[in-house]
Design a protein around this ligand. Structure first.
Ligand code: URA
Length: 212
């Protein structure tokens, strides 16, 4: 299995380096943006990254998920949430009848911080214009901030996750909801009960969009 994964990763990288990168994106606009930024040197994460993880998903998504930063698997493959946290995120979406293909997924910073440390304020500030541009393009109706870094960055707050998840916020006219980062749920399975409450709240908001 390990060997198969290794060969699959090499094959995907080969496709990317051959310029066949459009298969990683559902949208030509977003593929173009990714191409435009793939040599970004705006912060020191450029020195250690393998790939920029720009984001992926449905250009017409009503729901945008925003994580913190790529991890090791994401850095290698160049796609967000493909490692263990990503597997859990897929299950979380499935539990509320949302397909991954329906949503758009990205992160606060697009390059992996070494050893998965938290991104530094300078790195976040350098990268935020890319995220704001993505939000402008996708125009989601709901944003789900995954974890503390994502929520506090978007809301410009310094609150605990317990505080943050109590409310639905208005972010540039978009509903913003907060839940635990899937990686945190892997470390603290007892938090899954609270995350389930958040997901049900999200499902209600998401399904209400269809009625509008
Ligand atoms: N954690 C994140 O915040 N983003 C990813 O893409 C993967 C893990």
């Amino acid at each position: 299995m390990g060997n198969f994964k290794h060969i699959a990763i090499q094959y995907l990288q080969l496709l990317k380096y051959s310029g066949i990168d459009y298969i990683f994106f559902s949208s030509p606009i977003l593929a173009k943006m990714n191409g435009k930024y793939k040599n970004c040197q705006k912060c020191i994460l450029a020195n250690t990254r393998t790939n920029i993880v720009y984001g992926e998903g449905n250009e017409n998504a009503d729901l945008m998920l925003i994580g913190e930063a790529p991890g090791q698997d994401e850095d290698i493959i160049g796609r967000p949430f493909v490692g263990n946290a990503g597997q859990l995120l897929n299950k979380m979406l499935k539990a509320i009848n949302i397909k991954r293909e329906q949503v758009y997924i990205t992160n606060i910073v697009k390059c992996r911080p070494p050893n998965n440390r938290n991104p530094l304020p300078t790195e976040i500030n350098a990268c935020l214009p890319y995220l704001y541009e993505q939000i402008e393009i996708i125009k989601p109706k709901i944003i789900l901030a995954l974890g503390l870094v994502s929520a506090n960055t978007l809301l410009k707050t310094n609150l605990s996750l317990g505080e943050l998840r109590k409310n639905i916020y208005n972010f540039k006219g978009i509903k913003l909801m907060v839940t635990y980062h899937p990686a945190a749920l892997l470390y603290h399975p007892t938090w899954k009960k609270s995350a389930w409450i958040d997901l049900q709240k999200l499902q209600k908001e998401y399904e209400a969009l269809k009625k509008k």
